[in-house]
Design a protein around this ligand. Sequence first.
Ligand SMILES: [Zn+2]
Length: 94
Amino acid sequence: MEEVCVRCNKKVTVHTIQKFETSDVLGDELIGTTNQVLICDECGNEIAYEPYDRQTLQKVYDIYKLLHGLPVTTTMQEVKELKSKNKLTKVYER
Ligand SMILES: [Zn+2]
């Protein structure tokens, strides 16, 4: 597989690694997930890759839903709306 590496400034062959990252996409708390990340074979730079980014976001939301006792069917949009209305309470704090 080939992608453009911004550091090498050209198309390079890439490989995928698993990387543990924390994300605060939902603002008030950090959520850790093990994500797939695309790496440049030549310089080791991380390359933004939309399908992996989408996977990561989905995982973060899934964990967020678990932590807040939301049904797994809750969409990302619904989570955002609930959050903006401050209706979420952390399950582990009850
Ligand atoms: Zn590179």
